[in-house]
Design a protein. Sequence first.
Length: 553
Amino acid sequence: MVKVIKKFDINLGSIAAAETTRQFSIIGDNGAIFSLEVKNAAGNYYNFKTNTFTSTYKSLKKKKITNGTYQGFIKFPAISSADQYDIYLYAESAHDTVHEDYSEVRFGDGSLDINSSIGSNSSLLKKVIYQYTDLICTLSVISPQATFQSAGNFVSMSVSTDTITVGRGNTVGKTAFSIAITAATDKTFQIARQPTISDLTAYTTVTMGSGVQIHGEDIWAGTVRGTGLIVDGGTSADDSPPNVTMDDDVSTSRWQVGDRITGNAALDAKTGDAAVTVTAINVGSNAKVFTMSEGIVIADNETLTFTPPYYHRWSLHSGSSIHQLLPGMRVWTSDALILENRISNYEDTTTYTTEVHNEDGSIDEVENTVVNASAPALDPVGFKPVITKGLVSQQLGNITFANQVKNDFDGLGAKFFAYGSDAIKTVNNTEIKLTDLKVELTAPTTTTTADTSGSASTTVAVADKEGTVQNVSTISGIGIASGAVNPTITSVTADGSGNWTVDVAQALESGVTLTVEGSGKTATITGYIEFLSVDSTANFGLAFDLEKFLIAT
C-alpha cells in the first residue's frame, strides 16, 4: 500500500550569522520511508551524526515515519560570509512512499516559490534556507530640512549615534540606546514634547523618471520659470528646424526642455496637449538657441515666457523601485523643488446637483459626484517584480503625489520617509518596538561675575550666556529665594560672557553657580529598542525626526 509524506515542517526563514539549531518534522503515514540531504553553497553535506558539514557525502538515509511523524534537528554553523542550504527530501519510491500531491506557488515575477509550494510530483521535495552575516542598525536623528536642503535651525548640529548589531531572521531583546545632539554654535534647544515611535523614521532613495500626465490634468498651471526674455532675430513658420535665438543664455531659471512657450497670440493660442514646447537647448553648442516643437512666427524683440510642466504622476528611473514605498510617505529632495509633498491617490471629480420630483409634489436636491480621472498612489503598471532569494528587490511603476511637481524632478534622487513601526517595516523589512523613550536637555551652568547682593538688580553678569532662549529660559541657584518662581531671562540669546536681563530683580553674590532651565545646547534621546524580526538585505539606519518634537532657536 502506498504511503504518503504529507508535510516537511521546518522554519525556512533567514538564519543569522550565529550558530543556529532548527528542529524539523516529517509528517506522513506510518511506515513511509524517506531520505534527507542538506547541502551548503560550498557543496558540503550535513552529517546528522556529527552535526557538521563535510565534503564527504552524508545524508539521513532511509528513515521510517512512526506515530505519524519523524523529528530531528539541523545545526547550522556560525558564518563569516553568506551561505545557502539546499534541503532535499526524498520519498523512497522503492518502498512504496510518495509525496503529497503537488501544489505550486509562484512569485510575482513568475518564478517558482519552492518554499511555499506543497508536495511534489516526483520523489524529490526541495526547500532552501539562506544564512546571512550580521547587520548594523544605526540609531540617529535627522532634520530633513537641514540634511537635504541646508535650511532651518538644525543646520550644523552635531550628533553622536548609537549602533546595534542585528541578525537576519533573528530577534534582539530590549537594548538600551542613547543619542546625543548638540546645537550649532548660535542655536539653543527647547523640548516641544516627548518623542514617540511615530517620530522614528527610515527613508529610502528613489531616482525619478519622467512626468506622466493623467487624463484631463492641466500640466501648465504652475509657476512660470522665466519671463520677459527677448528674442534676437525672430523666426518664420517655415523654419526647419524651428530654432529660436535669444538675447540671453539658457539657464535653469530661464528655459529648459519641456517648457511651454508663450508670448504672442499664436503661441498663447496653443494650449493643453497642443502647447508649443522647448524640445532642445544649447542647439549647435549655442547657449542662446533652443528648438520649438512647432514652427511659429515670432517677431524680433518679442518677449517670451517659459512655463515648465507640472505633474501629479511620475515614472521611475529603470534602476529604482516602488516596493519600499507606501501611500502617505513624505518626500524630500536636495533643493526646494518639492516641499511638504506626499505619495497620494489622485482623483479629479465633478459635482453637480439634480432635482428629484417626489409623488407628493415635493422636490429633493441630490448632489452627484462624477470621477473624471483617477490614479493610484503606487501603481506597478504591468511591470513584474524582481525577486532575489525569495524577496522583492525591485518593482518598477508610477508614483502619484498629492501636489504637482515641476518637470525638473526628472532624474533627481528623492528621499521618501516612513514614520512609525509599520511603515519602517515596509522600508527595512524589520519589526521594532520602543519603550521608555524620552528626550532630556543638559542644563547649562555658569557663574555670576558681579556682586548685586547689596542692591537687587535685573541685570545679572555671568561668565557664559549661551544655552538660553529669550522669555523661555529660567535660572536657579544660591541666592534665589526659596519657594519663589525662578526668574526668566528676557534678554536675547548670546554666547560668551556678559549680562543677562531677568524679569525679577536678584540680589546675588559674585561666583554663584546658576543653572539654566527650559533650554540647553545638548539634548539626549534615550530608551530601549527591540527587534522583533529582521529581514533587511543591508545595514540600515533609523532616525528620530527632530523637527517633530524639538525646537532649535
